[in-house]
Ligand binder design. Structure first.
Ligand code: ZN
Ligand code: ZN
Ligand code: FE
Length: 741
């Protein structure tokens, strides 16, 4: 396996156990030569399987004994893979050796912010062309000094062929710049630390782009950042130095520890601890903190300026792309940041922070970017190389060939012109990085997606239009390397349906070559069209209209309180005559409706906010009873009817029962309903394998409830581990379907 952080993992394990030897990529897999005492070797072999990096998949482990030789430490050997494409590695965090040197007085790289070695440091973000070699990185502008060159050419050295090798004599340097572009004469690091201490906002250049840093214990400073960034409530990520300092802020399970400390260094969503002094403005109305450990030496140096944690949020204004070039940082961030802590090592390929949660023992990726990109994903063999265009809101593209797929970084919302430009560039750059030339271009069925338009404008490649939820199904099948037919429970926000309505609560039966819509959620109207997706109270109105007709506004609910009589009339007209109110079977909108009914939220400040807060509420509740639901047969498909569920939930709300308990009951009831529909489909089709996909499965409570029910029924259940269940994973499914077509 390549590019899954396996060799650095082996290296660290061997060093920890005091073994001599080496690890390298061979033609048939990874080759390790290890030498040491028997107990250490036994522990080594055991740990290889037990502690392997999250995404590494060991299919077979064989070992033979060889005669001992003189030991000289452990090393990663550069692969002589010969012909063929050598995959580009993701960016990697600071390894324990470099971290030790960074804080060892007298070391050549003592407090040098760009320390790295063969086992760590930037990769993907600094590579300008392949093969991966110093002239083709943004380090090309820094000729090595004598000492660095010696290390670089010495096979016994930890920095043998470490392309970004540098030191204070020859390498990049920090600089501190004021918002007007003038350089400050102070020590850049010390100046930045003092500014942060004084409550200022500092733009900090990281591995994949700029962050905005602020002291999270300073309420006023965090509030200032919110106003300037025009971001009302979406939580800010926190950077903290170690597992210990993270544990002081949040509850961390043993499994979560593994992912928090992993080389990918994602933002991990962790349940807040009570009584921390973190300002409430960091993550308002949210039970979780997004925590990450340092991904760059500079982060350690900043934190050791006596900060238990720092806000580190990606540097952009609301939904614009991440800022990563120094000139654009000054241009675009001068109204937000007071100071800029930058340096002269350019970032070539920007990359957002990745965001994950842990579901059972696996990562649940919400955003797959830095640390994961451009790591290849093993998929079932496809006949022709394919390009998947992805979706619209969480755009990412995918190139697949043979048994491998490579996804681009998270690109974001294509309605933003700057994002759209980056999207077009990524099609070319991902081909260079992956070495894959597509023979077919797959895109969503939605006629208005920008990604669809770009695919349509391509004259060279044949095109395949893929239904949105079919792509979700195929993505989950592909990463689990499934063949044949499965039942796909696809609970999603919105996707263009084969019948022209908006789908999003689908039970599909099929595989890569096709699907049928076996069942779906009861449909509802979206009063106001797109506006309904951001305003959950509209969904409550829509759902209540199905229950109570024109009398709905007489219901004493907090979500209806602010609807004026005039708005009431407009709503009733819209719903009766179906004006600007498209039909949808979306599961995401059902969550919005329930969130509004339970008084969680009427309007959203960021995508998914109502559902996130509803899940948080449900986690605080006790699950007492199941609400009823209906399963009926329509001419074309089964119908999962949630109306009885909403009716019972409404009774509880009006009876004044705790909203948290109702929220919990809603999650469990929806899971029970989905499991019942699944049993029915299985009875007819004989299929026993189920895949779960779609943005709603970012919800851990629903996922847990549904997976448990299905497993108790004897189903084999497959969820996402390598790509997000949301539209960030869509391109993989598209490429898979097109590659098999
Ligand atoms: Zn290192
Ligand atoms: Zn040097
Ligand atoms: Fe989707």
């Amino acid at each position: 396996m390549q590019g899954v952080g396996f060799r650095p993992f082996v290296y660290r394990l061997a060093v920890r156990l005091g073994l001599d030897g080496w690890v390298c990529n061979g033609p048939g897999g990874v080759l390790i030569e290890a030498q040491g005492e028997t107990p250490a070797l036994t522990a080594f072999v055991q740990a290889l399987e037990l502690e392997a990096p999250p995404l590494a998949l060991i299919t077979a482990l064989e070992s033979v004994e060889i005669p001992a030789a003189a030991g000289s430490g452990f090393s990663i050997r550069t692969s002589d893979s010969g012909a063929g494409h050598t995959p580009v590695s993701p960016d990697c965090d600071v390894c324990p050796d470099c971290l030790r040197e960074l804080f060892t007085p007298g070391d050549r790289r003592y407090r040098y912010p760009f320390i790295n070695c063969t086992n760590c440091g930037p990769r993907y973000s600094i590579i300008t062309a392949t093969p991966y070699d110093r002239p083709w990185t943004t380090m090309a502008a820094f000729p090595m000094c004598r000492e660095c060159a010696t290390e670089y050419h010495d096979p016994a050295d930890r920095r043998f062929h470490a392309q970004p090798i540098a030191c204070a004599v020859c390498g990049p340097q920090l600089r501190l710049v004021a918002a007007d572009g003038s350089y400050l004469p102070t020590d850049p690091l010390q100046g930045a630390i003092e500014a942060l201490r004084a409550g200022m906002i500092v733009a900090v250049k990281g591995i994949g782009g700029y962050h905005l840093a602020v002291d999270p214990f300073n309420s006023k400073a965090v509030g200032k950042l919110r106003r300037r960034k025009r971001r009302d409530e979406k939580p800010f990520a926190l950077l903290t130095e170690s597992l210990q300092s993270a544990a002081a802020l949040a509850q961390i399970s043993a499994v979560e520890e593994r992912f928090l400390t992993g080389v990918e260094r994602p933002i991990l969503l962790l349940r807040k601890r009570e009584g921390t002094m973190i300002a409430p403005e960091v993550a308002p109305a949210n039970d979780y903190f997004g925590l990450m450990l340092p991904s760059a030496p500079l982060h350690y140096l900043l934190l050791r300026g006596n900060f238990p944690a720092l806000v580190m949020t990606s540097a952009n204004i609301s939904d614009e792309p991440l800022v990563y070039r120094d000139d654009e940082a000054l241009q675009r961030l001068s109204d937000i940041a007071d100071l800029f802590l930058g340096h002269n090592r350019p970032i070539h390929a920007p990359c957002d922070d990745s965001v994950i949660r842990v579901f059972r023992t696996h990562p649940l990726l919400l955003r797959r970017s830095r640390g994961y990109v451009p790591r290849a994903i093993r998929i079932p063999e496809i006949g022709r190389a394919a390009l998947g265009a992805g979706g619209e809101l969480k755009a990412a593209i995918c190139l697949a060939q043979g048994g491998q797929a490579v996804l681009s970084r998270h690109l974001g919302d294509l309605k933003n012109p700057a994002t759209l430009a980056a999207y077009s560039d990524s099609i070319t750059s991902l081909q260079t990085i992956s070495g894959i030339t597509p023979a077919v271009f797959a895109h969503d069925l939605h006629p208005d997606y920008h990604s669809t338009a770009i695919a349509a404008a391509n004259q060279e490649l044949p095109q395949v239009a893929v239904q949105h939820h079919h792509a979700h199904l195929a993505a989950c099948m592909a990463e689990n390397r499934l063949e044949g037919e499965v039942i796909g429970i696809i609970f999603d926000g919105a996707g263009y349906g084969a019948d022209g309505t908006i789908w999003g609560g689908e039970f599909l039966v099929g595989g890569y070559s096709g699907y049928r819509r076996a069942a779906h959620l009861r449909q509802m109207l979206l009063p106001g069209g797109d506006a309904a997706a951001g305003e959950p109270y509209r969904m409550a109105v829509s759902v209540l209209h199905q229950l109570q007709g024109d009398k709905l506004f007489a219901t004493p609910l907090s979500c209806l309180r602010d609807v004026t009589p005039q708005q009431q009339r407009i709503f009733l007209q819209m719903l009766a005559k179906r004006i600007n109110s498209p039909l949808t079977s979306s599961c995401g909108r059902l969550f919005d409706a329930v969130a509004a009914l339970l008084g969680v939220r009427n309007r959203m400040n960021y995508e998914g906010q109502a559902a996130i807060e509803l899940e948080g509420l449900a986690e605080r509740g006790t699950f007492g009873r199941l609400y009823p639901f209906g399963v009926s047969r329509e001419p074309e498909a089964l119908l999962l009817d949630w109306l009885p569920l909403i009716s019972a939930l409404l009774d509880d709300v009006l009876a004044g029962l705790p909203a948290a308990d109702s929220a919990a009951a809603f999650h469990h009831s929806l899971a029970a309903a989905a499991a019942a529909v699944c049993r029915e489909i299985s009875r007819e089709s004989g299929i026993r394998r189920v895949v779960l996909s779609g943005g709603v499965f970012q919800n851990r409570l629903l996922s847990e409830a549904l997976v448990s029910l299905l497993e108790n029924d004897g189903f084999m259940v497959f969820t996402h581990r390598l790509v997000p269940p949301n539209d960030g994973g869509l391109a993989l499914g598209q490429a898979m379907i097109a590659g098999r077509s």
